[in-house]
Design a protein around this ligand. Structure first.
Ligand SMILES: Nc1ncnc2c1ncn2[C@@H]1O[C@H](COP(=O)(O)OP(=O)(O)OP(=O)(O)O)[C@@H](O)[C@H]1O
Ligand SMILES: Nc1nc2c(c(=O)[nH]1)N[C@H]1C(S)=C(S)[C@@H](COP(=O)(O)O)O[C@H]1N2
Length: 203
């Protein structure tokens, strides 16, 4: 449960029949945890869930993480493809109050630089608003390496950004929905905010 309003609470949800069934070890949560550990310089905590590709379970988990646990940001990984069991986007849209189509568009653009099958990912992003709070919920593909790729974007050999990752826009989005002020390590991901929204360091 969220106790400190200035601390970012992130829900990390790995959606995989095989990882949740013990067929293979889940790599989704560890990859997300590692990325956030490197990218964020402001305080954050996480709440994790590993669940099968079941629409009711996904909806229930997203609602619990936002309404009861108090997450500001929820990332899912897995279940965005075209196969019969892939229902993450449907479950995400079912708990939404607003759609944020720019995130899905940008993630597919980024992923196309890595694999031609990126167009098979139906990933969406939404806002869920309750009387008490609002949260951003984002779907990432199930392939563990796609987590860093989509959040961080594409850099050239000198570390210069070629395609912006989607995380660059997330701190300002969280500002706008009333969440905590997020700061990042610019070497991993530079957060973009309009000048008027930038706070001096440590404030
Ligand atoms: N949680 C995970 N941990 C490790 N690897 C994963 C995980 N989820 C997916 N993958 C890998 O990424 C690929 C594409 O992900 P996708 O979500 O389509 O999985 P899937 O084939 O539907 O898996 P599952 O049957 O577990 O739901 C998988 O075939 C698997 O190799
Ligand atoms: N960045 C990135 N995006 C990617 C991939 C990848 O390897 N890297 N794999 C794609 C593939 S093969 C599929 S089927 C879709 C859907 O994946 P999911 O069902 O694991 O969510 O994501 C796509 N997006």
């Amino acid at each position: 449960m969220k106790t400190d309003p200035s601390e970012l609470l992130i829900g990390l949800v790995s959606i995989s029949d095989r990882a949740s069934g013990g067929v293979y070890q889940d790599q989704g949560i560890p990859a997300l945890q590692e990325w956030f550990g490197a990218a964020l310089s402001s305080p954050w905590k996480m709440e994790t869930r590993l669940i099968p590709d079941d629409r009711a379970a996904i909806e229930q988990t997203l609602i619990e993480l936002v309404d009861e646990v108090g997450c500001d940001l929820v990332l899912t990984t897995g279940g965005t493809g075209p196969s019969r069991r892939d229902v993450t986007p449907e479950a995400t849209l079912a708990v939404a109050t607003k759609e944020m189509p720019g995130f899905g568009e940008q993630m597919r653009q980024i992923s196309l630089q890595f694999v031609p099958t990126a167009i098979l990912s139906r990933q969406v992003a939404v806002i869920r608003e309750t009387p008490a709070r609002a949260a951003l919920i984002l779907n990432l593909p199930g392939q563990p390496k796609s987590i860093k790729e989509t959040l961080e974007g594409l850099k050239d050999e000198d570390g210069k950004q070629k395609v912006a990752g989607i995380f660059a826009a997330i701190p300002y989005c969280i500002d706008l929905i009333g969440g905590p002020y997020i700061e990042t390590d610019e070497a991993v991901c530079k957060a973009f905010r309009p000048k008027s929204a930038i706070r001096p360091a440590g404030k």
